[in-house]
Design a protein around this ligand. Structure first.
Ligand code: C2E
Ligand code: MG
Ligand code: MG
Ligand code: MG
Length: 280
């Protein structure tokens, strides 16, 4: 018995596992503190119309600026925030901040464009999520047409209830995009039934589109599918002119990526916007 227990303990406290757990606990604590102290900001990345090279909207991306640890990338903390449900208060802050920014930019007299906000499936599972979104938009005095919500395929595939929730968000007048499209498990025929307006082609297909026939074929298939289903398509991770040209040739009308701009703090994006008074 003792031996068995000893073995179990030794296994449990294998140095690597122990380190990971400790790291995780520390990070979770810091994450909670940072949500309370407001150590987050949003950056914005433009989405471009590939044909005319004009701004089509922006995507808001969260940044964690920890006072001691420095900047921690979303891929490092979003999964943890989801597991611990810290994404609920954080996600509310993100949507509210994006709405505040939309209101600010409107006040500054920029020609209106949509701000896309990423949302986790965990947030959609909250029973009052639709009311929460509606309330935030109302409190920040932002019209739903100015907001787009990006969800990954898993949010749609999970359950009938999720799709119903997404449809209710859409009924508010918010545009719904499927992020990282092509990496999930939705079958093509299934897409027509999804309550979505936009497919965002995952950057893995864009990365090697100039050299990989397969990637081109996939992008072409996604574009055809989108046309049939009446959805818009945007490609993410566009880094070169060549990629942009190929995408445009394949019928993809919008693109986003470092070729146009990295995600930027709000003040640094404004050079890309059109002024209403100048324009009309
Ligand atoms: P995503 O929503 O698919 O966002 C695209 C990611 O690709 C962003 O990384 C963006 O900075 C990066 N990117 C944009 N253009 C290029 C390019 O040309 N080349 C390359 N290599 N990368 C490019 P980021 O900001 O680190 O975010 C990573 C992921 O974290 C996001 O993927 C999203 O899943 C998640 N995330 C970010 N912000 C939020 C948020 O506010 N809420 C939630 N729930 N998730 C977020
Ligand atoms: Mg996204
Ligand atoms: Mg993506
Ligand atoms: Mg992603």
């Amino acid at each position: 018995y003792v031996k068995e227990q000893g073995g179990g303990i030794a296994k449990m406290y294998a140095p690597e596992a122990a380190t990971k757990t400790l790291e995780r606990i520390l990070l979770e604590n810091e994450l909670r503190k940072s949500v309370q102290l407001g150590h987050f900001t949003l950056e914005y990345q433009p989405k471009m119309n590939l044909a005319i090279g004009e701004l089509a909207g922006v995507e808001a991306l969260v940044r964690w600026n920890h006072p001691d640890l420095g900047r921690i990338p979303p891929d490092k903390f979003i999964p943890l925030a989801e597991e611990t449900k810290i994404i609920l208060p954080l996600g509310e802050w993100i949507l509210r901040e994006a709405c505040k920014q939309a209101a600010r930019w409107t006040r500054q007299g920029f020609k209106p464009f949509r701000i896309a906000v990423n949302m986790s499936a965990v947030q959609l599972e909250e029973p009052d999520i639709v009311e929460t979104i509606e309330r935030i938009l109302m409190e920040e005095n932002v019209s739903p047409e100015l907001i787009e919500i990006e969800l990954t395929e898993s949010a749609f595939a999970d359950r009938e209830e999720m799709r119903y929730t997404i449809q209710r968000i859409r009924d508010l007048g918010i545009i719904i995009a499927i992020d990282d499209f092509g990496t999930g498990y939705s079958t093509f025929s299934y897409i027509k039934e999804l309550p979505a307006d936009i497919l965002k082609i995952d950057m893995s297909f864009v990365k090697d589109i100039d050299v990989n026939q397969n990637s081109r074929a996939i992008v072409k298939a996604i574009v055809t599918l989108a046309d049939t289903a009446g959805l818009n398509v945007i490609a993410e991770g566009v880094e070169t002119v060549e990629q942009a040209e190929i995408l445009h040739g394949l019928g993809c009308r919008e693109g986003q990526g470092y070729l146009y701009s990295r995600p930027l703090p709000p003040e640094e994006c404004e050079y890309m916007f059109t002024n209403v008074s100048k324009d009309e």
